[in-house]
Design a protein around this ligand. Structure first.
Ligand code: FAD
Length: 319
């Protein structure tokens, strides 16, 4: 097995491989091609064998399973990734820009003495590594050239398509010699905050509601529409700031990045901070009274009109 140009670290939660893991494979393959070398993937903790099978997609050369620990554990991930770097000498570490990824990436980078660039929306290599990030509330994109022989990058979810196609990667067990019991930190359990049964990032169809809804009690209309469509309800930030929906329903820069098949934005203006979280949706539909609302610039279909007239009609149609 040759040394990898890129080592991507997969992420799973409660036994499910997360979508970002497959997006990492696409980004990783592109980068490995540019650098010239193999793409390796690591999966740490839990049911690593099952996850390895799901990660075996086209373009992956090798998968390393690290069967230690059950759930995310900072010290296990840090130890496992460092041991993999020692053993396989990748040029680039590609990690998810998630709560978990951001938990261990800085520790790994500091310990290995490599530069870390977080929240990448694009990466390229042409004699030097360049990473593109968004700044000033997604108003500006900055491309940074990174010095060094080895790099660590966390990538934003929803920026690369998920890798598809069956792969022919070698799957090897890797003994990272880390002990979850040894570190000072220990996972005590997993608890979802707020309306924990809903993960809007996993929904195929989202009905998203914004300030155009006016009053909390009007949200019932949106839930009725979502039920008729078989969709999940998400929202813009003011709805969450008002305490009308829990934080885990918020889409956007300071909320969640979502990539559903259909995103129906109802009474949402389309501010850059909101768009940052939903622009990867396959089909965007907007309902707004203002024909000049920025949401129409990115919508595939738009309905200019009053949501209090349009939503009841949509509910009737879907029922
Ligand atoms: C650092 C920072 C981070 C942020 N993070 C986020 C984030 O993660 N997510 C997010 O969403 N925002 C975020 N924001 C806030 C963002 O800038 C906007 O203020 C917010 O997205 C606006 O939400 P909105 O579109 O629901 O409301 P508004 O901008 O008030 O838009 C309401 C829309 O509803 C339409 N409307 C009104 N009445 C009706 C009706 N009867 N029928 C149909 N349409 C109607 C109006 O024409 C208008 O376009 C952030 C801001 C900052 C500074």
């Amino acid at each position: 097995m040759a040394d990898p140009a890129v080592l991507a670290v997969a992420e799973h939660r409660r036994g499910e491989l997360r979508e970002i893991s497959l997006e990492l494979l696409t980004a990783g393959r592109e980068l490995a091609d540019a650098i010239g070398g193999e793409l390796h993937v690591a999966v740490v903790s839990g049911d690593v064998e099952a996850h390895a099978d799901s990660l075996n997609r086209e373009g992956v050369d090798a998968i390393h399973t690290v069967a230690v620990g059950e759930e995310f554990d900072h010290s296990v991930y840090q130890g496992a990734v460092e041991a993999l770097v020692d053993a396989h000498d990748p040029t680039t570490l590609l990690l998810p820009n998630s709560v978990n990824g951001l938990d261990y990436a800085p520790a790994v980078a500091e310990s290995l003495g490599v530069p870390l660039v977080t929240d990448a929306i694009d990466v390229a290599y042409d004699d030097a590594l360049t990473v593109t990030r968004e700044q000033y509330g997604s108003k500006v994109e900055t491309t940074i050239e990174v010095d060094g022989d080895r790099f660590a990058i966390t990538i934003r979810g929803g920026e690369w398509p998920a890798a598809t196609g069956a792969g022919e990667a070698t799957i090897e067990s890797f003994d990272a010699a880390v002990d979850p019991g040894e570190s000072g930190a220990r996972v005590q359990g997993y608890e979802e905050v707020g309306d924990g049964d809903v993960d809007i990032a996993d929904a195929d169809v989202l009905v998203s509601v914004g300030r155009g809804i006016e009053e909390e009690e009007n949200l019932e209309l949106i839930f009725d529409l979502a039920e008729a469509m078989g969709a999940t309800v998400s929202s813009s930030r003011p709805i969450v700031d008002n305490g009308w929906l829990p934080k885990n329903r918020q889409v956007g820069q300071s909320g969640k990045v979502v990539t559903p098949d259909v995103y129906l934005a109802v009474g949402i203006s389309g501010a850059v901070q909101h768009v940052a979280g939903m622009k990867g949706a396959e089909t965007i539909i907007a309902v707004n009274t203002d024909p000049n609302a920025p949401i129409f610039d990115i919508a595939d279909y738009g309905i200019v009109g009053d949501l209090f007239e349009i939503v009841p009609e949509l509910i009737d149609d879907f029922e």
